[in-house]
Design a protein around this ligand. Sequence first.
Ligand code: 5GP
Length: 193
Amino acid sequence: MKLLEDRIRKDGTVKEGNILKVDSFLNHQMDIELFNAMGEEFKRLFADRPINKILTIEASGIGIAAITAQHFNVPVVFAKKAQSVNLDGTMYVTKVESFTHKRTYDVIVSTKFLSSDDHVLIIDDFLANGCAVDGLIDLIRSAGATVEGVGIVIEKGFQTGGQLIRDKGIRVESLAIIESMDAKTGEIVFREQ
Ligand code: 5GP
């Protein structure tokens, strides 16, 4: 998506450790006009799928998931990160290793908000090693619900997550895919889509 790629080039900064900082429009301050255009694009890409729910993970996926949901007219559920949980049968639980915080979280969704009738679109801000998305797929499958696809704002194509999820036969649509980025020069190369 050209609008997004241009914005990443203009305002994104490449940090050591393969981190792209996009705090000024995605992860801290949020550009809602851009979010709205991205939500519209996700709707166009997944128009053929019978989506009745969007699932994301707190915190940084919530904004884009909420704006995207307006284009699908469906509710958003966000999986919550917890230090540790007792399995009491009222929630689905999985483990996610955080790429940015280098630690493992239990991630939960109440059984009230995911069921076998649901056709779910996963939305997240970044796809890196795929742990977050893989955890969300696990929660959806625990509920017996259907994964209709995964919509990502920025995929770091040089990390393994995209391949991991696509190899499961799941459709992944990323609005921008970064082929390479260099913390020293600040250069960012996008994959042609
Ligand atoms: P994964 O689980 O795919 O390794 O990482 C996905 C999560 O890590 C995303 O939800 C995002 O919050 C965070 N993340 C991964 N890479 C980056 C990055 O380069 N920049 C930022 N800001 N967040 C990232």
